[in-house]
Design a protein around this ligand. Structure first.
Ligand SMILES: [Zn+2]
Ligand SMILES: [Zn+2]
Ligand SMILES: [Zn+2]
Ligand SMILES: [Zn+2]
Length: 348
């Protein structure tokens, strides 16, 4: 929006003398919510673009508009057999959404991405300030080594471990940070289950991928971890994995087959409910099945007994609104009719 303000100041904007009602009508016609807002019309009054604050990132925006072209362009769908990166565009050719291989700056503030063609045309003069990384396409399959970029791991004693020791094993990628409040219970559940894995010698291992903000927090977090850890400074691999598996809710526990293929993203829920049984199921190359009696409503509290999260059948009262209770609380009685809510589908 700042760029837009600058533009309005730089260009000689001619105020159009209209009254409040006319302004209101225009506003309604173009469905404007935010101001300042700039809409580009063609000479025949058709809208050329209203994505102007984004388009103004290009210094050629006005030139393009006067040629009746928009800055952003969308590749034709028949050519787009590659990954479609929604909301991501190429900072050089302005392909939007970016399709195919994606190279990007790991610093989120930059929000700088390039398509393959533009990436290979980089010269010393137009180089970005930071080194760009090659993102893994969620459409493609990768081996465990490729996913982890052949990086070494460390133990909590800081000993190096190569990925070779993971051959033939099912892998749980454990994403979390010490700042993450719901992590503590899960971490202790996981540690107990892991002890069992070693004891009965299951072909399963865990790799921790930290989202801690500092090396100190990371060290503190890793102290108690019996499994292997991706080193803190390997932020490139971390970012690539987070993007590849679109990890947004933490802690996350993502289960991979020995080939690197995804088995399930619901590892955390499965461990919560089934403990070691979950891992035994994964090692048979199967997903864990849940009945509605053990479904965990992760962000719902029972308004009857206070159970948090609510586990099992969830009943909702439309009259009270925002009122959910568990089976036990329902049996104690409620003055209105209750609706049974169906568990959400697998989050995979
Ligand atoms: Zn490009
Ligand atoms: Zn950057
Ligand atoms: Zn209850
Ligand atoms: Zn009610």
């Amino acid at each position: 929006m700042n760029i837009l303000k600058t533009l309005l100041i730089k260009c000689s904007v001619l105020p159009y003398p209209i009254d409040r009602q006319q302004a209101e009508n225009l506003n309604q016609h173009y469905e404007r919510e935010d101001i300042p807002s700039l809409i580009i019309l063609k000479p025949n009054c058709e809208i050329l673009t209203s994505e102007t604050d984004e388009e103004l990132i290009s210094t050629n925006a006005i030139e393009k508009w006067t040629e009746s072209k928009t800055v952003f362009w969308t590749p034709e769908s028949r050519n787009s057999s590659g990954q479609v990166w929604l909301d991501i565009y190429c900072r050089t050719c302005y392909m939007k959404p970016l399709v195919g291989e994606r190279y990007g700056c790991p610093n989120r503030e930059c929000s700088y991405d390039l398509c393959a063609e533009c990436y290979h045309k980089i010269t010393k003069e137009n180089e970005h300030n930071h080194e760009l990384i090659h993102f893994l396409s969620p459409k493609n399959k990768y081996s465990i080594e490729q996913l982890l970029d052949y990086s070494d791991l460390i133990s909590n004693q800081n000993e190096r471990v190569t990925l070779k020791s993971y051959e033939g094993k099912y892998i749980g990628l454990y994403f979390s940070g010490l700042w993450c409040q719901t992590n503590e219970n899960f971490a202790s559940d996981l540690a107990q289950v892991y002890e069992k894995v070693i004891e009965i010698n299951l072909p399963f291992d865990i790799i921790f991928i930290s989202t801690d903000n500092s090396q100190n927090m990371f060290n503190k977090h890793c102290q108690q971890m019996p499994w292997k850890i991706l080193p803190f400074d390997n932020y490139v691999t971390k970012l690539r994995l987070k993007t590849y598996f679109s990890v947004s809710i933490l802690p996350a526990f993502i289960i991979l087959k020995p080939t690197g293929e995804l088995l399930t993203k619901s590892g955390q829920r499965d461990i919560n409910i089934k403990k070691i049984e979950a891992i035994q199921t994964w090692c048979k190359d199967e997903k864990v099945e849940h009945s509605s009696d053990d479904f965990v409503w992760s962000s719902v509290t029972c308004d009857g007994c206070g159970m948090m999260p609510l586990i099992g059948k969830r009943f909702y009262c439309e009259t009270c609104s925002n009122y959910d209770i568990c089976t036990a609380s329902k049996e104690k009685g409620h003055e209105h009719e209750l609706i049974l809510i169906a568990p959400l589908d697998e989050i995979d």
